[in-house]
Design a protein around this ligand. Structure first.
Ligand SMILES: *Cc1c(COP(=O)(O)O)cnc(C)c1O
Length: 371
């Protein structure tokens, strides 16, 4: 173990209902702001007979905002405890996971390497990738049609080998979204925090955006282990229900939890992927503006806007899907996705709302305020 970095390790004690699990991690590092607020959220257009609250997981930190930092606390502890100096991970150019991991690595003295699959010709310097670049991470761009298993993972392994040969230093490989069994414990901690905040009795349904299904699996498995009557829903923004259930089922098996299937503990909401992963439809972008200008909450285009939109549609069209009427939406972060240029057109399209900008001259009359 590297002595200078080992000072960041703290012993991990799982919640009482998780102590029998297999493959429990020994350590975590502390990176996230804890006990983020839960508050009422008057989402515009919500039916009257539902009440909605929001868990502000976007407030886990400024640069480390969102659901990824919990996983990263365990992933970096694993890297440090194995004596690694480098962390190699992958994602799309707009990846929140890669951004949070790169900055978190620098906080504890690890060296980040990011394999980013291109989503357009230019990598640019806006959104998450600006922060990736500010972290000084080594960035390796992969062609847009790269497949993780076939193309990206072999390159990550080759890099680890090269670093070992040339520098004699070890690397830790982290999969997309940080959603392996080590990262799972960070997602389980989301549930533990809800429980400690007394949220379990106050709500019937918990809704969370699901991409690689890491976060949703942490919450639904924890909910099952703790024996709570809450119903956990994943709003898919990527992949299909089979992928999501497979992920949860494989997690259950790795944890040594028998006799339960994902299908029994995890409700999947499946029609809000829109045009595809990381692609925004106009009405989703309109919704972001509607929500920010009426509630002050910033949703991100890739995950939380689609998920919150999905929750709203389900409340209207399919209220029977909910266990009860008291709903908690988990805001999983992703705000930097708003800064990648996607919103620029919105300022023009909705100028009556977003362009209430007036020039004042020092001694001329005051311009009229808008409505
Ligand atoms: C990654 C991410 C998600 C999805 O989490 P998974 O664990 O990959 O399912 C949701 N919201 C935001 C903002 C994210 O960055």
């Amino acid at each position: 173990m590297c002595l200078t970095m080992s000072k960041y390790l703290v012993n991990y004690t799982p919640p009482s209902w998780a102590q029998h699990l297999k493959n429990l991690p020994k350590y975590k590092v502390e990176l996230a702001m804890e006990n983020t607020p839960i508050h009422e959220w008057n989402l515009p257009g919500m039916p009257d007979d539902f009440s909605l609250h929001i868990k502000r997981l976007d407030m886990t930190g400024s640069s480390l905002s969102g659901n990824k930092v919990g996983k990263i606390e365990f992933l970096l502890a694993d890297a440090i405890s194995k004596g690694c100096k480098h962390v190699i991970t992958c994602g799309g150019v707009p990846s929140n996971h890669c951004r949070a991991l790169a900055l978190a690595c620098r906080q504890v003295g690890l060296i980040p390497h990011l394999f980013l699959t291109m989503t357009s010709e230019e990598v640019g310097c806006r959104g998450n990738v600006l922060l990736d670049r500010l972290s000084g991470a080594d960035i390796y761009l992969m062609p847009p049609d790269s497949d993780d298993e076939r193309d990206v993972h072999p390159k990550m392994e080759a890099l680890a080998e090269r670093i070992l040969l040339e520098k004699g230093e070890k690397s830790c490989l982290v999969p997309k979204g940080g959603s392996n069994l080590i990262g799972f414990f960070g997602s389980m901690a989301i549930y533990d925090e809800l429980s400690k905040q007394g949220a379990l009795d106050r709500f019937d349904d918990v809704m969370v955006a699901s991409g690689s299904t890491g976060s949703a699996s942490g919450i639904c498995v924890a909910n099952y282990l703790a024996g709570s009557p809450l119903r956990v829903h994943g709003v898919l923004v990527r992949h299909d229900p089979e992928f999501a259930h497979d992920h949860v089922n494989s997690t259950l098996r790795q944890l040594g939890v028998e006799h339960v299937r994902s299908e029994d503990i995890f409700s999947i909401i499946d029609s809000y992927q829109g045009e595809g992963y990381s692609i925004s439809k106009q009405d989703e972008l309109d919704f972001i503006l509607d929500v920010s200008s009426t509630t002050g909450v910033l949703l991100d285009p890739t995950y939380t806007a689609k998920a919150a939109w999905g929750v709203l549609q389900e409340m209207k069209k399919n209220p029977g899907r909910f266990k009860g009427r008291r709903v908690l939406f988990i805001h999983t972060g992703g705000m930097f996705g708003l800064f990648d240029g996607r919103m620029d057109d919105m300022l023009v399209r909705h100028g009556e709302l977003t362009n209430k900008v007036r020039k004042c001259s020092k001694d001329g009359p005051l311009p009229n305020p808008g409505q």
